[in-house]
Ligand binder design. Structure first.
Ligand code: GTP
Ligand code: MG
Length: 319
């Protein structure tokens, strides 16, 4: 395992990939490994790119990688596909879009599919970000399809969120319904070569005007045409403005703290869930269920009693 840590430190892509897989599989030594990685310097700017399927997110990221590499920045990309249990196709598409960077040692691209639950996926993604950060990547990009509230969980682990839409993604209000609109720091009207882009920009600007007062960050609206390489440099400038805002306003630290609280709660939930699963298999639990079957107790009562007795039991056992 020492070799792996050295490998990550030396920015070797094969070691990085191995460590991410190891963490993904929830190995019992995972914590030790993370602890070791925690000692390494961290400086990455983590950005999230979300938006409806086919909005051109991967094509945009491909161009962004080129722009960042030209500045000498190292880029890590994590493509998350929580929507489909059969992620092969979509993820393959994503990787194909970025394939021209495959030989570049300064670029690392990783897909994460929905093995296990969605919560598990967001935890695994967070760990993957940790590994890439420890490996000294300057910018880490997380791509995810933003189609529902639960998928948006993943966006809670980045510094800046960009919502990518395209002129055919329906009207903005529709996107808004999915709960995506509120979390965006930057809006990107992608595929601006298609007619309807200007109208969409106007709609989003109006939305921003109505929903944000001017004391804080006002989300920006950019237009990009990745297939022509247009608007990418300008978009990166907007990201940088947002990064400066995060640093100067203290919002960046506030967000990271909030994210940590969220992560701890999520892990408590997962641990508790596993414990609950185990306990409900015990004969004692089954016996108590009998009382409910026979109408002697309500499920409400049993649940309350169960929590009381088990939390006390845990306490005594010194867990
Ligand atoms: N007209 C036009 N089409 C584009 C542009 N950029 C990307 N596309 C096309 O949009 C389609 C989807 O692109 P992707 O980059 O795979 O989109 P995505 O949002 O990553 O898709 P998923 O990951 O499947 O959600 C592809 O056929 C691209 O060629 C653009 O600037 N203009
Ligand atoms: Mg994609």
């Amino acid at each position: 395992m020492k070799d792996w840590i050295e490998g990550v430190k030396n920015q070797e892509r094969r070691a990085i990939a191995r460590v991410i897989t190891f963490l993904e599989n929830d190995h019992s030594d995972a914590e030790f490994l993370l602890q070791e990685l925690e000692r390494l310097e961290k400086k990455a700017y983590v950005i999230g790119i979300t938006g409806p399927p086919g909005a051109g997110k991967s094509t945009l990221i491909d161009c962004l990688i080129t722009t960042l590499r030209a500045k000498g920045l190292r880029v890590g990309v994590i493509v998350v596909d929580p929507t489909s249990p059969f992620t092969g196709g979509a993820i393959l598409g994503d990787r194909v879009r970025m394939v021209r960077h495959a030989l570049d040692e300064g670029v690392f691209i990783r897909s994460m599919g929905s093995r296990g639950s969605l919560g598990g996926l967001s935890r695994a993604t967070k760990d993957a970000v940790r590994v890439l950060d420890a490996a000294g990547f300057d910018v880490i990009i997380v791509e995810t399809v933003g189609v529902g509230q639960s998928e948006l969980e993943i966006m809670h682990l980045v510094d800046s969120v960009a919502l990518v839409v395209h002129p055919h993604s329906g009207d903005v209000v529709q996107v808004f319904k999915a709960g995506v609109m509120e979390i965006a720091d930057l809006y990107v009207v992608n595929k601006a070569d298609i007619s309807g882009a200007a109208k969409m920009v106007a709609e989003i600007e109006q939305y921003v005007h109505l929903t944000h007062d001017h004391s804080e960050w006002n989300p920006t609206v950019s237009q990009t045409i990745p297939i022509q390489g247009k608007g990418i440099v300008e978009l990166w400038e907007q990201f940088q403005h947002h990064r400066v805002f995060l640093q100067e306003s203290g919002e960046g630290i506030r967000r990271r703290k909030e994210q940590t609280v969220r992560e701890v709660k999520e892990r408590i939930n997962a641990e508790f869930d596993a414990y609950l699963q185990q306990c409900t298999q015990e004969p004692a639990f089954q016996e108590q269920m009998e009382e409910i079957w026979h109408g002697k107790k309500l499920p409400h009562q049993l649940a309350r009693e169960w929590i009381k007795s088990h939390l006390i039991r845990q306490d005594r056992e010194g867990m």
